[in-house]
Design a protein around this ligand. Structure first.
Ligand SMILES: [Zn+2]
Length: 243
């Protein structure tokens, strides 16, 4: 979407909406930064000298990265001679504003030979899919029943928490008192931006929906906060062991 798009039609861009992208820090910085607008607004604007067009671009971003370029940061016997600086350099390719727009960050430790001998997970994919479908039904019912974006008469209807803006999340995702206290503390301690605050609310609302809980409780806020990744520092880079 960052190349020339004078001939791009709305039909073509609709096909790209709601797609899944997969990125790693090997992409050029301008391409990664160009994700900021679609991740924030679900739209992308292409500006040219004689044209200015906005396309729908609601994407679900799924990204993976190694902790460093060589990929052996946690293994002193194999890590390259530049560790841990190579990790700091590599991870800094994802800027703070891009990280701020990523809701769920999970460290994935390398698979060990002992892991390969473990039995398969108890919960089947079909069971997880059923839980997700139930949570989405809850959300559709909530927004169909009256929760609407504030002051947006012409805005498309909201069907899921992912589509709810900050004002709407304030209506439907305000946590209980214990959850609210935790969130206020976390905003201060983790130096969360206003954007992060609402993104935590959105994830906490979704976790409550997966639990079948009407109220957003402290446990949902705590879990949502655990998925937020602060801007990476060399120390956090050392902790990361995803490969
Ligand atoms: Zn390295």
């Amino acid at each position: 979407m960052t190349k020339r798009h004078e001939n791009c039609t709305c039909a073509a861009s609709r096909r790209t909406a709601r797609c899944v992208c997969y990125i790693i820090p090997e992409f050029p910085r301008p391409a990664l930064e160009a994700l900021r607008q679609p991740l924030e607004t679900g739209r992308t604007t292409v500006a040219r000298a004689n044209n200015h067009v906005t396309y729908p671009a609601r994407v679900q971003l799924i990204a993976a990265m190694n902790p460093c370029r060589c990929g052996w940061l946690d293994d002193p016997g194999r890590a390259c001679s530049r560790a841990p600086k190579c990790a700091a350099d590599y991870q800094s390719r994802l800027s703070g504003p891009v990280l701020d727009r990523i809701d769920l960050s999970v460290d994935v430790p390398a698979v060990t030979p002992a892991d390969l001998a473990l039995p398969p997970p108890a919960e089947r994919s079909a069971d997880v899919a059923a839980r997700v479908a139930a949570a989405r039904d809850l959300q559709r019912a909530r927004y169909a029943a009256g929760a609407r974006p504030s002051g947006a008469g012409a805005a498309p209807p909201v069907r899921t928490n992912a589509e709810a803006d900050g004002a709407l999340l304030d209506q439907v995702a305000t946590p209980d008192e214990a959850g609210r206290r935790l969130l206020v503390e976390a905003v201060d301690r983790m130096r969360l931006s206003a954007r992060s605050y609402h993104r935590v609310l959105r994830v906490a609302r979704t976790l409550a929906d997966l639990d079948g809980s009407e109220a957003v409780r402290r446990i949902h806020v705590a879990e949502a906060l655990s998925y937020r990744r602060p801007t990476l520092s060399p120390a956090s880079a050392r902790r990361s062991s995803s490969r």
